[in-house]
Design a protein around this ligand. Structure first.
Ligand code: F6P
Length: 457
């Protein structure tokens, strides 16, 4: 997947101290004996797979950046019977949140014998607000939560300071904190783990990468993204049917993706029916001979229907006349509605040119993130939950679990917290989108690379 760059990366994982206790899990240590083995801290995979880069690193006498494999350790930092665990879900909804919580609870309980688990209610604010209080979680409480979308614990944006949260963790003798969230949550997780180490406490903080936007760096994908894409694809297919059903029909779909266009790009690819994909990472002009409206015009003249997919963060400069929308509680700028704006501009453009068009606008935004996960996300969520627990019980902290090159690994939160992953317009993913849609590589008038060319209508 695109947008991941390494370079001078330190993927070392912090630990709370020695691992003095034997794991209660009955796993092996001898490869080839037919018994699945514990994972050793020395088992690591390369982050950058480019052969030339690896050669350069080795020639310069550097060890290439590598990530520790996730999984159960034979020695634990915590004595399981003494562990109290807390789980919190934060930010916007995402398919698979309940699956991750369930997996954490079941792994703690059945594989380590941890009985004291609490779910924090409605995001980080649940650490300080007494109503509703944290909810004790037993296996029977999570038995079927994965069959539903949403977060049964509740979620929210923003919240108290790291100091207030650590006051809670200390007072409640929490040993392991699991934080399921996006980029804002990873920043909070970093601040909390720094506050914990300032106070000399032994509390493991483990993050799980949740967001349909897929904007967390290093991991192959965040959980929930592919489910969101599967649902968004239905909207693109519907837009295509509507567009084909009318002479000069335009199906316009707006999808989530604040700063990263992964959902728009991938649902367009999955559908195969989109003719234009507009994302925040690729600038475009609306007007002028090489702008989007002229390209759409040419398409309608030749094919009499078109499907346009726009990510919510695309073309914001057309809307942000006075920049006064402010930020949400997570600190994200509140965006203008590019979908409605485009619809208006498309209708006005064709009216001006005397071309009758029918525009059908579809905005499935919240529908694609409130559903339960597809099978592949459900599998991913199960494994993330299991590995989050294994890491915490071994005393590893300030880390996020995730899949990199198909393997579950530990990523230090300090490497993740202040980076946002974006779709690289030079990545093969975007090339596939361009090939699938047939849209020009650039829809810009003053282009230093020369005028944009429409490969096919
Ligand atoms: O969590 C990411 C996201 O899905 C963004 O794409 C979108 O801008 C945002 O959530 C909207 O969430 P809410 O309306 O809940 O703040």
């Amino acid at each position: 997947m695109s947008g991941n760059t390494g370079g001078e990366l330190d993927f070392s994982i912090e630990t709370l101290g020695p691992a003095r206790h034997a794991s209660p899990m009955a796993l092996g240590s001898q490869p080839g004996d037919g018994i699945v083995d514990f994972v050793d801290d020395g088992q690591r995979i390369l982050f950058d797979l480019d052969l030339a880069t690896i050669r350069e690193e080795l020639t310069a006498g550097h060890e290439p950046a590598a990530l520790e494999l996730a999984g159960p350790r034979s020695r634990l930092h915590f004595r399981p019977s003494e562990v109290r665990a807390a789980i919190v879900t934060t930010g916007g909804l995402c398919p698979g949140i309940n699956d991750v919580v369930r997996s954490i609870v079941l792994t703690l309980n059945w594989h380590y014998g941890v009985r004291e688990i609490v779910g924090i209610r409605y995001g980080l604010r649940g650490f300080v607000e007494p109503h509703p209080p944290p909810r004790p979680l037993k296996p029977e409480d999570v038995r079927s939560v994965h069959r539903e979308g949403g977060s049964f614990l509740g979620s929210s944006r923003g919240g108290p300071t790291a100091k207030e949260i650590v006051d809670f963790l200390d007072r409640e003798a929490i040993a392991t904190l699991f934080m399921i969230g996006g980029d804002g949550t990873m920043k909070a997780a970093l601040a909390i783990s720094e506050e914990i180490s300032r106070r000399g406490l032994a509390i493991a903080v483990v993050g799980v990468p949740k967001t349909i936007d897929n904007d967390i760096p290093f991991v192959d994908a965040t959980f929930g993204m592919i489910t969101a894409v599967s649902l968004a694809r239905q909207a693109v297919d519907a837009a295509h049917a509507e567009a084909q059903g009318a002479l000069n029909g335009v199906g316009l779909v707006r999808l989530m993706g604040r700063e990263s266009g992964f959902i728009a790009a991938q649902s367009a690819l999955a559908s195969g029916e989109a003719n234009f994909v507009l994302i925040p990472e690729v600038p475009f002009d609306l007007d002028g001979p090489h702008g989007f409206l002229a390209c759409l015009h040419r398409r309608l003249v030749s094919r009499h229907h078109a499907v346009v997919v726009v990510a919510e963060g695309a073309g914001q400069h057309y809307l942000d006349e006075d920049g006064s929308r402010g930020c949400d509680a997570s600190g994200n700028p509140v965006l203008g509605d590019i979908g409605r704006y485009l619809r208006g501009r498309i209708v006005a453009h064709f009216a001006e040119h005397g071309v009758p068009v029918t525009v059908k606008y579809i905005d499935p935004s919240y529908m694609i993130r409130s559903a339960p996960p597809t099978a592949s996300d459900a599998i991913y969520c199960q494994q993330l939950g299991q590995n989050a627990v294994h890491a915490a019980m071994a005393g590893k902290t300030a880390l996020m679990v995730g899949r990199v090159h198909g393997q579950q690994v530990h990523v230090p939160i300090r490497a993740v917290a202040n980076r946002r992953r974006k779709l690289d317009p030079e990545h093969p993913l975007w090339r596939s989108v361009l090939q699938s849609t047939g849209q020009p590589v650039r829809m810009i008038n003053e282009d230093p690379a020369g005028p944009a060319v429409t490969p096919h209508p």
